[in-house]
Design a protein around this ligand. Sequence first.
Ligand SMILES: [Zn+2]
Length: 143
Amino acid sequence: MVGKFEGFEIPKPIPALTEDTKPYWEGCARHELLIQHCQDCGHFRFPPSGLCPKCMSTNTEWVAVSGKGQVYSWTIFHYVYHPAYAKDIPYNVAIVQLNEGPLLHTNIVECNNEDIYIGMPVEVIFEDVNDEISLPKFRPLSK
Ligand SMILES: [Zn+2]
C-alpha cells in the first residue's frame, strides 16, 4: 500500500475511525459488511451517522448485509491526484449500490476497467491493509 513519488515512499491514506464509523470498520476487519438499520422506519443508511436521515431517530442497529449489489456509477482515474496511487494509474473508482439500498464508494477488482458497466452485479471482498483496517472492494458477482 505504498507509492513512490520523486524518490519518497508515501503510504496510501487509511480511514480514520470515529465514534460513528468504528463499528463499520471493525466489521470490515472481520470481513463482515455492516450497515446501520433504523429500527423505527427500517431505512438502511450509509455513511454511518447518529441520526436516521429519513426519520431522525437515534434508534439504530448494525446489521450484516449481503455484500451484493450493482455498479451505480464509476470512473477511471488517469491523473495522479495523490502520489501514493501513482503506480495504480489507471484505476477505477466506483459507486456500488448495495441490494439493501445504500451507496458505497469503492473500487472494482478482479475485472478490467474496460469491462465495468452500470448495473454490473458485484459482491464484496475485503482487502486487508493492516490488523485494524480492511477495505471493502467489489468484484463481479460469480454466477
Ligand atoms: Zn428512520
